[in-house]
Design a protein around this ligand. Structure first.
Ligand code: G6P
Ligand code: MG
Length: 217
């Protein structure tokens, strides 16, 4: 059975993790508190509402369901204003080369993102055409570390989870991939990426050869 690749979006293919951080920080500050870089690592890969709940928890705040909806959409409006100005320059190093190599080798490619804003990001950065399947925050009911997003991607690619290799920058995403019985390549700092099958600083360190080698482990 052929291998298939599933890519997380924010922090793996594009440099949007920094915008999420800015917008959440602005929201926390507006509520009178702050959170650390280390806490921010825990937000990566986690969906919007769950992220807000974690942040409110850190600030020792309780809000009604209605207030939470308002705060989440306020954060999103700041975030969308930033991503609306994105350019192809914000595609992370190695993304284009690797996606092109996979595509020309006939490897199926899916997006497995928690974001409800994936389509605008893929459009602004010119990446949409690489994907055979797109699963994002609009098509799942649970948040990473639940494996739903990746299992759906495998299903849409018509392949089994054990044939899939996931690319993730977030601990929650690594856990989701492992829970889905997939191989996972961590992108970023080793200290935040435990239990991956391979770690790279960015996608420029990854080739099809390295991906295929994972299978036999
Ligand atoms: C990604 C990011 C998270 C973000 C989530 C939802 O997983 O890593 O930081 O909270 O997507 O994004 P959204 O664009 O729907 O708010
Ligand atoms: Mg990510």
């Amino acid at each position: 059975q052929q291998i298939a690749c599933i890519f997380d979006l924010d922090g793996v293919l594009v440099d949007t993790a920094v915008y999420h951080y800015k917008a959440w920080k602005q929201l926390a500050n507006s509520l009178g508190f702050d959170f650390t870089q280390l806490q921010n690592e825990q937000l990566k890969g986690v969906n919007r509402m769950r992220s807000l709940e974690m942040i409110l928890d850190w600030g020792g705040m309780q809000k009604s369901a209605e207030e939470k909806e308002e705060l989440a959409s306020l954060k999103n409006s700041w975030y969308v204003a930033m991503i609306n100005k994105m350019t192809t320059d914000e595609v992370l190093p190695g993304s284009l080369t690797l996606l092109t190599e996979l595509k020309s080798s006939g490897i199926k490619i899916a997006l497995g993102s928690a974001s409800k804003n994936s389509s605008i990001i893929l459009q602004r950065t010119n990446l949409a055409h690489f994907f055979d399947a797109i699963v994002d925050g609009n098509s799942v009911t649970t948040s990473k570390p639940d494996p739903e997003v990746f299992l759906k991607a495998a299903e849409m690619l018509n392949t089994e989870p054990e044939n899939c290799v996931v690319f993730e920058d977030a601990q929650a995403g690594v856990m989701a991939a492992l829970a889905g019985n997939m191989k996972v390549i961590g992108i970023g700092d080793e200290e935040h990426l435990k239990e991956t099958h391979l770690i790279a600083k960015d996608l420029s360190e990854i080739t099809l050869g390295k991906i295929l080698a994972l299978r036999n482990n």
